[in-house]
Design a binder for this molecule. Structure first.
Ligand SMILES: Cc1cc2nc3c(=O)[nH]c(=O)nc-3n(C[C@H](O)[C@H](O)[C@H](O)COP(=O)(O)O)c2cc1C
Length: 358
């Protein structure tokens, strides 16, 4: 049994639905506002934002809604060992030429000042701070809680959830292997941490006393009802919101989500150097095929950024990191508010159908 008040009450939301923070422009201020105003939790993805951008985006969300919303950051990861970028740069060179870009240049790590991002998040009107890729220091945990924000970590194994609970987070996202985007794994081998949502959630629920938020492959009311049945107190949905009208991805990317079969996503290091699930495309296949041509995170991410930015501007999905989860064929094209209302209706219908005598 979960201890303490229910997560929805603590988050101040009506429906147990969290719009996943999606870095790189996929989740937008408009999306967060629409989701929060529909009674779920909107999220601002701040991992790649400068402190002033975090302040501006959070203020814009607050201007659009009086409700709760979250800010998400990447926990600091170890600085990668020096690596020769020559092969990785050569692998990208033909794509740069095709996109009309100058040849790739040597990528540099850095540019992200976590302490400054964290300070900006704390100073913002957000009511929740979530993070992935690791842990925070106990001083940072105390700072979040003394500011009155809820703190949510991300775990891909039971052991990671136990570690996050010991750190003092208020809730944990159980990120199953189906999930789109980067793996949050931080305390074990990436491959061994590929546990499906159906297996991960109940084991995590049994192991920790804090609320568990199910994430990965949840696209409609059936998925939400299933997650609640497994003991999750809420769900965090990414891919489902990528096809919302307010999502910031290109039209080509949206169309691929709507038309790609469930067998055509893969976890790859090709775009960032860190495992992430996305739709298989030309760039992914070519970069993976160039043995030894992938730099560690965040160097590979910095290296592929010009290609991804140009591909976004030109709507050339074959050169984009098309992050998406395994249940992508269930995606629907709708405004976010209609999507939340539909998810709630569907969940209620599934739960009513399962009730004996109904
Ligand atoms: C495009 C995209 C970007 C994402 N970026 C982030 C992020 O910045 N921070 C984070 O904690 N999770 C991120 N995720 C992972 C989500 O939080 C969530 O675990 C995932 O979307 C759940 O699986 P689903 O896509 O099948 O719903 C991202 C997911 C996608 C699809």
């Amino acid at each position: 049994m979960p201890r303490g008040p229910r997560l929805t009450d603590r988050l101040g939301i009506t429906h147990p639905i969290i719009q996943a923070p999606m870095a790189g422009g996929a989740s937008t201020v408009a999306l967060a506002i629409a989701v929060t105003n529909a009674g779920a939790l909107g999220s601002l993805a701040a991992p790649y934002l400068a402190p002033t951008q975090i302040a501006d985006a959070a203020a814009a969300i607050r201007a659009g809604t009086g409700g709760p919303f979250g800010i998400n950051l990447f926990a600091p990861t170890p600085v990668p060992a020096a690596a020769d970028p020559t092969a990785a740069m050569s692998a990208l060179a033909p794509f740069h030429a095709e996109l009309g870009l100058a040849p790739p240049t040597v990528p540099v790590a850095g540019g992200i000042d976590f302490a400054a991002q964290f300070a900006a998040a704390l100073a913002s009107p957000a009511t929740v701070l979530s993070f992935t890729f690791g842990v925070l220091t106990s001083e940072q945990v105390a700072a979040v809680q003394s500011r009155g924000m809820m703190l949510v970590g991300t775990a891909t194994t039971v052991a990671e959830a136990v570690q996050l609970e010991a750190l003092g987070v208020d809730a944990v996202v159980a990120q199953g292997a189906e999930a789109g985007g980067h793996r949050g794994s931080f305390a074990g081998d990436f491959g061994a941490s590929m546990i499906g949502t159906l297996a991960l959630v109940p084991q995590m629920v049994d192991a920790v006393g804090i609320p568990v938020i199910a994430s990965g492959g949840i696209m409609d009311g059936r998925g939400i009802a299933a997650a609640l049945a497994l003991g999750a107190q809420a769900v965090q949905m990414g891919t489902a919101f990528l096809t919302a009208d307010e999502a910031g991805i290109t039209e080509g990317y949206k169309q691929l989500i709507l038309s790609t079969p469930e067998s055509a996503t893969r976890v790859t290091r090709a775009f960032s150097g860190r495992p992430a699930r996305g739709i298989v495309n030309r760039a992914m296949t070519a970069i993976e095929g160039d043995a030894g041509a992938i730099l560690p995170f965040p160097l590979q991410n910095a290296l592929t950024r010009p290609m991804r930015n140009a591909a976004t501007a030109q709507d050339r999905p074959e050169f984009l990191s098309l992050w998406a989860g395994q249940a992508l064929t269930l995606a629907r094209r709708q405004p976010a508010a209609a999507m939340v209302a539909r998810l709630v209706e569907e969940t209620d219908a599934v739960l009513a159908r399962l009730r004996p005598g109904s």
